[in-house]
Design a binder for this molecule. Structure first.
Ligand code: SF4
Ligand code: SF4
Ligand code: SF4
Length: 345
């Protein structure tokens, strides 16, 4: 079997993002652990940790769109969420193949499975299609909760609630130390991802569903030039999204992540490339590195724009964190059924 190559620039970006994620996780641990023990940390809280609060990001986006006001409790989370949406809406679903560290881990686990047993399990089409619908059900639930079930006042109330002010620490405590349930769920997902390629991403991730839908409107998509195509099927063979690329002119599937594995596998220069609309010919196409640079450039532009505008660091002071984290198990920080407990209750 021929080697499955990955665009070099994309892979480098993914490793940098994974390294950043690990660094943020370590710094956050060094910050939150002393606070939880009633001591003062020697490092500062990394704002990038808010990347792991996508629901908060959705709520803050709704708040921004309806009021024009940036949520200053988690401004970095809002910036990152909007950066993710923009890059995916311009270079189709590119967040998954370039930035998301879970995507890289999932891909590596799938490769491990191929190396270990020669192949990964592929559910038959009659099962694959309904399973792929699961992530849209999850996304639909979150979208309903954020955009419909909550009134604008409830959104404001949640974003400013005691729970939301320390939600990053609550999330951290879910994993450290992990409960038996956490270990069990993660174990099933890891083993499942070795056996079934992209198990989490393909079937369960609501974030992937969101950026996939945004990718539908993307002007930059993988496009095949039928006049150059030799019908060798190399593109289809390597596609992690299992798309029949050799038969498509413009890859408009919600599953395509603009990973460009098909582009580097294609033996005919310019036949398969990321192109703008109405450019199904050799004259207008982006080399893999350029397409990756456009995607990541948009993400950096949004995040950098927020930083330059002063919307990056939380307005929650270190003293407030210290006070709240010391009482993190108090009922004050429980959010149940959309009813947020407010201070004094
Ligand atoms: S599907 Fe979800 S987990 Fe997978 S790469 Fe995309 S956003 Fe990340
Ligand atoms: S069609 Fe190409 S760019 Fe899209 S997922 Fe498949 S290999 Fe990646
Ligand atoms: S790899 Fe290139 S030449 Fe081969 S089928 Fe795909 S688009 Fe055509």
């Amino acid at each position: 079997m021929k080697r499955w190559r990955v665009p070099t620039t994309r892979r480098r970006i993914q490793w940098v993002m994974l390294g950043l994620t690990v660094a943020i996780g370590v710094q956050f641990t060094l910050w939150v652990t002393p606070h939880l023990a009633g001591r003062w940390p020697t490092v500062s809280r990394p704002p990038g940790v808010e990347a792991f609060l996508p629901i908060d990001g959705m709520l803050a986006t709704r708040h921004l769109l309806s009021t024009g006001v940036v949520d200053e409790i988690h401004p970095a989370g809002l910036a990152i969420f909007l950066g993710i949406c923009l890059m995916s809406a311009v270079v189709a679903k590119s967040f998954c193949s370039h930035v998301c560290p879970v995507g890289l881990v999932s891909e590596l686990l799938g490769r491990l499975g191929i190396r270990a047993v020669g192949r990964t399990l592929t559910p038959p089409r009659w099962l694959d299609i309904p399973l792929r619908g699961l992530k849209y059900l999850l996304l639909g639930f979150f979208a309903w909760a954020v955009w419909y079930a909550m009134s604008p006042q409830e959104v404001v109330s949640f974003l400013d609630s005691p729970y939301a002010r320390i939600v990053d620490a609550k999330m951290w405590r879910f994993f450290a130390p992990p409960s038996r349930l956490t270990v069990g769920v993660l174990g099933v997902l890891v083993v499942g991802s070795v056996l079934v390629r992209d198990l989490w991403c393909r079937y369960l991730c609501p974030y992937g569903a969101l950026v996939g839908l945004l990718g539908r409107i993307a002007p930059l998509k993988v496009t095949r030039d039928p006049e150059l195509c030799t019908d060798c099927h190399e593109c289809t063979r390597v596609c992690p999204a299992r798309l029949p690329v050799h038969g498509m002119t413009r890859v408009a599937s919600v599953e395509c992540t603009s990973c460009q594995d098909c582009v580097v596998a294609c033996p005919v220069a310019g036949c398969l490339a990321v192109r703008p609309p109405l450019a199904v010919n050799r004259s207008r196409w982006l080399r893999p590195a350029v397409a990756s640079a456009v995607a990541i450039g948009l993400y950096v532009a949004v995040v950098g724009g927020f930083r330059l505008a002063g919307h990056w660091h939380t307005s929650v002071s270190e003293a407030e964190y210290h006070r709240r984290l010391a009482e993190i198990d108090s009922p004050l920080y429980t959010h149940v059924g959309g009813q947020t407990m407010t201070e004094g209750e």
